[in-house]
Design a protein around this ligand. Sequence first.
Ligand code: UD1
Ligand code: MG
Length: 443
Amino acid sequence: MENMIDLSIIILAAGKGSRMKSVLPKVMHPLAGRPMIGWLLECAEALEPAQIIVVAGPDMKELEEVCVSHTVAIQQQQNGTADAVKAALPLLKNETGNVLILLGDEPFVSIETLLGMINAPVPTIMAFRAEDPSGFGRLIQRADHTLQEIVEDKDANEQQRLITLCNAGNFCLPLKRLQDWLPKITNENAQGEYYLTDLPKIAAQDHVFFEIVEVEADHGWGINDRMQLAAHEAFVQNALRGAALEAGVTLIDPYTTYFSWDTEIGRDVTIEPNVFFGPGVKVGDGTTIKMSTRIEGAHIGKNCEIGPFAHINYPKKPSIIGDDVVIGNFVEVKRSVLKDGVKAKHHAYIADAEIGKKSNIACGAITVNYDGYQKHKTIIGENVMVGSNVSLIAPITVGDGAFIAAGSTISDNIPDNALAIERTKPELREGWASAYRNRKKKV
Ligand code: UD1
Ligand code: MG
């Protein structure tokens, strides 16, 4: 996209989000595993403006971290959306050009719509039709369909409340105009706040009328509470499912597959019902993810079988899974490397491990990776057979081709091609059980 040196973007994100009832700033709540502000920033960055200013509240460190590559303005007191824009103005690098103002709680605006707004010859505002418009600002139109004014829900009279054309909250206008009009906004309204939505009324006094750019509701409504957060999650999940199907992935029951914003799935992958992807997952071509599996932090190769009921977790250090690997039911894998052809088919715990090609981890085998203070590594060579119910006490290295007998608890390294066995000698007393029963009967 062309670099837009005449464009500045201001994103309003300082609101406390009190309707979310959360300690987390509203715009940091995740949608498909990514903070909602992240979705909006991606869209804003794609426009390549001269500058993006995010207006944050004074105690929003997590938000500032997400916005490090942009300018952060601090709005000391949350006195309304116009007051938030005021906090951004002194930090603007541009002295002319257009300003695009976006609401941080509205993550799914479309780039095409924003381009339309930016390239329009007059100031523009984004709007949508709501089946239930309650809570939103209502647009009062002029005969030529331009905007006369916006009336906030709490200030609207009964007739105005019937209007279904709602304010999406995003504006685009020349900086010079914004600098003229913003100081004229007062807080004489139901909420005692400085409403940015007073701009069109003030512009009208100068005979400037905003053009209304109408969008589908899904791209124009904001997130104020957990119901709206859940509705946006449903929207983005459906979009991600659609994209996966389009890209050649089979979803047996699409509505039960949950993707993360960054999930990458290859071709001819089949995903059975009830599968959840957290962040940091790539799945290679031809792999099957069987039902009720949860995966985050995993780069999975080609033609693998994962699940049913498998759990791969730890996004900060993804597990690297080679080709033709089988991770079966009730197997947990974290921070590990499993080379091509490794099989762990049932009930195993593989953590902080490296497992060489074609090794087999039998039912109930575990890496004992934690000593109560630190995590330790288990290194297993190629073609190793780790028997059922083996405990490998890390740190430990197992050489290529070694066999570890079922039930063994092993704490020493094992050389290549050796057998390691740790078992107490079984005691067999013939006839003991019948004698015992007879003794009991006499009592
Ligand atoms: C706002 C609009 C409303 C519109 C709706 C669409 C105003 C006055 N109202 O209402 O017309 O229909 O969005 O979703 O603009 N913020 C600050 N500082 C503040 C207050 C808010 O930065 O002092 C930020 C918030 O973090 C949020 C955005 O501005 O990201 C919008 O604020 P919010 O309180 O959600 O406004 P709505 O009530 O949704
Ligand atoms: Mg809102």
